[in-house]
Design a protein around this ligand. Structure first.
Ligand SMILES: O=C(CO)[C@H](O)[C@H](O)COP(=O)(O)O
Ligand SMILES: [Co+2]
Length: 213
């Protein structure tokens, strides 16, 4: 299991320090939550902040867009060369076109599904995707309760992935901890995002290791 700590739960007054700390503690990816205050009722950070603080990151960036104007934000964040750039299927009229654009910029395209969205909705996009991000909370805030129906969704998605594109990864984001990590693993999940669990612990190395099963 790969682990991507969400910096939403980091100390925003010491963001570079916290990004360095999770990289030193052995995380696999650095998850950056980008919220525009329109698509979700919260506002976070743009490239003006992410670019300087991510200079200390020794692990690849995993950027999660929660925005209305995906095209605009893809253009804003592409120069930072994240490994993964994901956008919400629910906020995009032309997901297939946007996936091709992200790929043409040298970035691995990923798509995100809210808790209510059926995995079948993205079946015909799977061949073009490197990762699917399943939300296990409603997007917008850290520290929420895990929605367990994501486990059934992950299993269904795994079947579709095995049929269409076995190389595509499944990522789960929201309410992840050592309490649900084994169920997530059994459901076929490859990558977990964890914010409050990791940043709320007093030993980042131990917390990250407890999820790298
Ligand atoms: O995308 C997100 C919220 O929209 C965050 O990545 C997610 O909530 C992680 O935080 P936590 O592990 O505390 O739930
Ligand atoms: Co996220």
């Amino acid at each position: 299991m790969l682990v991507a700590p969400s910096i939403l739960s980091a100390d925003f007054g010491n963001l570079a320090r916290d990004i360095k700390a999770i990289c030193d503690a052995g995380c696999d990816l650095v998850h950056i939550d980008v919220m525009d205050g329109h698509y979700v009722p919260n506002l976070t950070i743009g490239p003006v902040v992410v670019e300087p603080v991510s200079k200390v990151a020794t692990k690849p960036l995993d950027i999660h867009l929660m925005v209305e104007n995906n095209n605009f934000f893809v253009d804003l964040f592409a120069p930072l060369k994240p490994k993964y750039l994901s956008f919400h299927i629910e906020s995009e009229k032309h997901p297939h076109r946007l996936i091709q654009k992200i790929r043409s910029l040298g970035i691995c395209p990923a798509i995100t599904l809210n808790p209510h969205t059926r995995v079948e909705d993205i079946e015909y996009l799977l061949e073009d995707l490197d990762m699917v991000l399943l939300m296990s909370v409603n997007p917008g805030f850290g520290g929420q309760k895990f929605i367990p129906t994501v486990l059934e969704k992950a299993k269904k998605l795994k079947d579709l992935i095995n049929k269409r594109n076995p190389a595509c990864l499944i990522e789960v984001d929201g309410g992840v901890s050592d309490k649900n990590i084994y169920e997530l693993k059994n459901a076929g999940v490859d990558v977990v995002v964890a914010g409050s669990y990791i940043f709320g612990s007093d030993d980042y190395t131990k917390a990250i290791k407890s999820l790298q099963i």
